[in-house]
Design a protein around this ligand. Structure first.
Ligand code: PRX
Length: 646
């Protein structure tokens, strides 16, 4: 695939789009030359209780701080619900499609309002106040969105923990933000299999003495243990409170949520997003990137446990009065036509998923796609990892039948919303490129010393100035925020990604340049997996790297040194995989484990990951200079016993 294959904006699409090529250029230029004026105007897209007079107060150096619209007040849930009631009370806000094709629900804006108000009252009844943290460990059901919005209604800060995380990971996240209340369900349901959410909460709470309340949604009706005085059924609580709960007045810079994400070092950090700027940015990007128009049915397949679910299932779409589809299941259950059956059933117009799902479905051939009609589809989106041109073309030609533009959206948990993406009515696409920056976003490419690289080039991707959706801090650790994002290249936000910029100024994200790996669009820190491995009594040392994987994008390759006297056996290998699943969750399962008597280290004891990455990628012919190693012979042994011989 060369840079020369360009897919023009379909004419029919451009004529109805919010933004065409000329207005993209004009608005982008304006957003960069006068951000105050630009965002001052755009901020009005949401309702403020007290309008802001200040727009932007941000510094990426010295005393690093990020504030937007900071003297304004608003309520995020009122923006996502109440303000639509006059015109769309009966319109469907959330279409829920269950794991089984037989289950579905339509929740109107009026019903959403009633449920969110009741749940906010339940939270208040249990003592939750503005600023308190509420942990949400729930499946993909509408009650999860109710829970997020109920927190927003009273100014509590939600921390959604993905339902695939282990009790131990859940415990860490509850402790880090000191939540006193957890919302969960009896069990989740995915692909016909049950996920023991309540049992996991019970396990986690053994080490969380401060949690006094657990509210449990009955999803499957499965048996659960019960602790009287601590555990409460959601349906009983909901029926016992009033459906009336006026929205609290919240400062623009008051926190909306914490979302834990993996970095290159240490435990996952609590990315903190605030209210005003986040909502302006999430709603604006949702409208323009997905070219959302009234009446469209929009479906993002992400889990609400990730930032994509926060910004593009819940907050962005609902702020825009959209109909957002929430899917409990998986792409290949009951069969590999499921996504497209759901598209037909609910007449989905805009579909947003991850490359890993596209690659998995592509492997099943065109049959399962062609069995469905998909004529409702107008636009396709991709997120989470680089999309390889083959998958892009299949998505475009087979799923979209050449009719639908593809928006490859690059962004991060930290960015709150999409930063680099085509606007589908304005920007011609190239398979594999996220193309051009959104309004107000100033990408810069720097070399390892931080020098700006101009024109067509390749290097580290930084952002030169703030945008309203940017994270504000790491919860409870502002120093870590400054260190992680603003110290590598002082004065700039460092994304951790590498990228190439071509002659047209298009960006091609090449993947992480730090010790973060991206497995099926899930972000993992190698350090986390290593510390899970060394917690096993038979493991002395571990080093984890990513390697290219056909379906997952990257796979997890672990080098493990056992303690003296332990034998490297097949059963032990399996045990270690299970161990990591239990410690972190199934998404962290190593794909390959190599028992390594020694790891390549420099004389000062630093593990040379560059070499480990090459061996894992089966590129052992090109190991580069190994002369600085304390013991170069370990490399020969590692190459001989490598696990990936693809
Ligand atoms: O490496 C980039 C990759 O996912 C990382 C962010 O992961 P997370 O915070 O979990 O958020 C994922 C959903 C926004 C980025 O640093 N990434 C995300 N989108 C793309 C991508 N890489 C290439 N192309 C994308 N469209």
């Amino acid at each position: 695939m060369t840079d020369t294959s360009i897919f023009p904006v379909p004419e029919a699409f451009a004529s109805d789009a919010w933004v065409d090529a000329a207005s993209y250029q004009r608005l982008y230029d304006q957003s960069i030359s006068d951000p105050e004026a630009f965002w001052g105007e755009q901020g009005k897209r949401i309702d403020w209780i007290r309008p802001y007079t200040q727009v932007k107060d941000c510094s990426f150096s010295g005393d690093v701080h990020i504030r937007w619209f900071h003297d304004g007040t608003l309520n995020v849930s009122a923006n996502c619900i109440d303000r639509h009631l006059a015109t769309r009370a009966d319109q469907t806000a959330i279409i829920w499609e269950g794991d089984s094709p037989a289950e579905q629900r339509h929740i109107s804006y009026a019903e959403l309002h009633a449920s969110v108000c009741r749940l906010a009252n339940v939270l208040k009844k249990h003592g939750v106040q503005k600023g308190d943290r509420v942990t949400i460990y729930m499946p993909m059901i509408p009650e999860t969105a109710f829970a997020m919005l109920a927190c927003a209604r009273i100014g509590a800060i939600h921390s959604v923990v993905f339902g695939g995380f282990s009790p131990d990971s859940l415990k860490d996240r509850i402790q880090d933000c000191d939540s006193r209340i957890v919302l969960t369900a009896d069990e989740g349901l995915r692909g016909g299999r049950k996920v023991p959410l309540k049992a996991n909460v019970d396990q986690a709470l053994k080490s969380c003495p401060n949690v006094g309340t657990v509210v449990v949604v009955r999803r499957t009706g499965g048996q659960v243990a019960w602790e009287d005085g601590r555990d409460f059924w959601y349906h009983e609580e909901m029926s016992a409170v009033s459906p009336d709960c006026p929205p609290e007045e919240i400062g623009a810079e008051d926190p909306l949520f914490i979302l834990y994400t993996s970095g290159s070092t240490g435990k996952p950090k609590g990315v903190l997003h605030t209210s005003g700027g986040y909502l302006v940015y999430a709603s604006m990007t949702h409208q323009y990137v997905f070219d959302y128009h009234d009446g469209d049915v929009y479906w993002c397949t992400a889990d609400v446990g990730w930032v994509t679910g926060h910004s593009y299932i819940v907050y962005g779409p609902l702020a825009n009065g959209a109909t957002t589809l929430m899917f409990e299941g998986i792409p290949n259950y009951p069969d590999s036509s499921r996504f497209w059956q759901v598209v037909d059933k609910h007449q989905v117009n805009i579909f947003y998923t991850a490359p890993t799902a596209i690659r998995a479905l592509m492997r099943e051939g065109e049959g399962p796609v062609k069995r469905t009609s998909r004529t409702s589809l107008r636009l396709l989106g991709s997120v989470g990892e680089p999309i390889n041109p083959e998958a892009w073309l299949w998505y475009h030609n087979v799923v979209g039948e050449g009719r639908c533009p593809i928006v490859d959206t690059w962004w991060q948990t930290e960015t709150g919303g999409i930063l680099i993406s085509p606007l589908p009515g304005a920007i011609p696409t190239k398979p594999g490129s996220a193309t051009l920056p959104f309004f107000g976003v100033r990408p810069v490419v720097v070399d390892n010393e931080g020098h700006h690289l101009e024109g067509a080039t390749e290097g580290n991707l930084c952002i030169a100035d703030s945008w309203p959706g940017q994270m504000r801090t790491v919860f409870g650790d502002h120093e870590r925020f400054v260190q992680t994002y603003f110290s590598t290249f002082p004065g700039k936000y460092f994304t951790g990604d590498g990228c190439r910029r071509d002659d047209d100024g298009y960006y091609w994200i090449t993947g992480r340049v730090d010790d973060v790996i991206n497995v099926s669009g899930h972000r993992m820190g190698t350090a986390e997996i290593e510390s899970a491995l060394v917690a096993h009594p038979k493991v002395a040392e571990a080093a984890v790297v990513g390697y290219p994987h056909d379906l997952k994008g990257q796979g997890i390759y672990a080098y493990v040194t056992l303690v003296d006297g332990e034998e490297p056996t097949e059963p032990l290998r399996k045990e270690l995989v299970q161990w990591v699943r239990k410690e972190i969750g199934p998404i962290a399962s190593p794909d390959l484990i190599q028992f390594a008597p020694g790891l390549p280290k420099t004389r000062s004891g630093k593990i040379m990951r560059r070499i480990l990455r090459k061996i894992a990628a089966n590129e052992h012919e090109a190991l580069g200079d190994t002369s600085t190693l304390a013991d170069p012979t370990v490399v020969t042994e590692l190459v001989e016993n490598r696990q990936n011989r693809a």
